[in-house]
Design a protein. Sequence first.
Length: 218
Amino acid sequence: MLQRMTAIGLISGTSMDGIDVALIETDGETAVQAGSFASYGYDPDLRRRIAEVVHDPAKAEHDPLMELDNAVTDAHAAAVERFLAENKIAPGTVDVIGLHGQTILHRVERRFTRQLGDGERFARRLGIDVVSRFRHADVAAGGQGAPSCRSTTPPWRVRFARPLVVLNLGGVANVTYIDGAAMGGISSPSTPARRTRCSTTGRCATPGRPAMSTASWR
């Protein structure tokens, strides 16, 4: 039997409306139990600064953005600290945190994606193991980054009958279609969707087993 872990996941979508925090218990393969979740809004000034970069693709791709990166990291760390306090969860009971970060540019046709969020800085502040840059790893491995992080046996593929459609509805609607070993993805804001294909040979970052350029911090 695989060891069950308590994990917290963090993400802030392209709408920049807030930082979503969710806790689960999982063995990383076939079992997942949902726990508490919450969403915390960005400080208005930080949200404005992020939006300015998002609307300037050249800056989003090439500028160091160290100060903004630190601010986004600290906002995510503060969200977790608030989440733990509100739900009376001791930090020592959390095995790992998945830090997606804030997307500022996503150009999968060029195999490029950039998210703000420093896993090492985050881990130092909270004292909890952190896995980050898994979206970068998925794109580098040939994935789309957004529709579905590629994995051969994620829990939702084991528990549900196929064909299976998974909808990730945010600033962009991402639909992943799975039928047997085949997996396809569609991404669309409001225009006709462009059909894409992604392999199932890649894998997501899992606690203790970083994939590709995924970063983990202790």
